[in-house]
Design a protein around this ligand. Structure first.
Ligand SMILES: [Zn+2]
Length: 189
C-alpha cells in the first residue's frame, strides 16, 4: 500500500479573466500553446498575457511560466468555451481546454529542457484536467481526444495559415502527456 494519493488543483498565482467565455461545453481535448512573449520575473508575464488576450477578444483557461507559476480561470469556467485555436470543422474551441505557456518558439529541442518547472506545471494541470473531465492523458495528433499542440490542430483541421506553436517534437508533447499520466497516479506534494 503506497498510501493515499489524490489530485488537487495546481496552485493558482493569478486568476484569469472570463468575460470572453462563450458558454460551456463537454471537454475531451487539451490544447497546448506558446505565447511567443518574454519571461518576466514574478507573475507579470502570466497576468499580462491573460489581460492581452482578454483585450483582443480571446481567452484561455490556464497559463504557465518558466518559474512554474500559473494563472487559471475559476473552477466554474474550466469547461468554458474560449477562442484560442482556429480548427475548421474540428470544433476545438468547444471541446478543448487551452493552456498557454509563456515562451518563445524555437527549433531548438533543448529550449524546453531548460524550462523543467514550466513543463512540470503544465503536466500537473493536464493531470488534474484529464482526471476531472475524463480526458485521456495521451498525445493524440489527430485531435480526437487527448493532449495536443496548437500545431496539431492546424494540421488535423487543415487550417490555412493556422498557428504552429507547440510543434512536436520541438515541443515535448509526448513527455508532457506521459508526465501527466504519472502525476494522475502519484499526485504531488
Ligand atoms: Zn497557439
Amino acid at each position: 500500500m503506497a498510501g493515499f494519493t489524490w489530485l488537487r488543483r495546481p496552485r493558482v498565482d493569478t486568476v484569469l479573466p472570463v468575460d470572453r467565455a462563450h458558454g460551456h461545453a463537454k471537454k475531451n481535448l487539451i490544447v497546448l500553446h506558446q505565447t511567443i512573449s518574454p519571461d518576466v520575473k514574478g507573475i507579470g508575464d502570466v497576468s499580462g498575457v491573460g489581460h492581452y488576450l482578454d483585450t483582443v477578444g480571446y481567452g484561455i483557461h490556464i497559463i504557465t511560466d518558466v518559474e512554474g507559476k500559473s494563472g487559471a480561470v475559476p473552477v466554474a469556467y474550466e469547461d468554458a468555451i474560449f477562442y484560442h485555436a482556429s480548427s475548421g470543422s474540428l470544433d476545438v474551441n468547444t471541446r478543448g481546454i487551452g493552456i498557454e505557456q509563456v515562451s518563445y518558439k524555437t527549433g531548438d529541442p533543448k529550449y524546453w529542457w531548460k524550462r523543467a518547472k514550466q513543463l512540470h506545471k503544465t503536466a500537473r494541470w493536464c493531470a488534474y484536467l484529464c482526471k476531472t473531465y475524463g480526458i485521456p492523458a495521451v498525445y493524440d495528433p489527430s485531435c480526437k481526444a487527448g493532449i495536443v499542440g496548437h500545431a496539431d490542430v492546424t494540421k488535423a483541421g487543415n487550417v490555412i495559415g493556422g498557428h504552429t506553436d507547440c510543434t512536436y517534437p520541438n515541443y515535448p508533447t509526448k513527455w508532457v502527456a506521459a508526465a501527466a499520466k504519472t502525476y494522475m497516479k502519484v499526485g504531488w506534494a
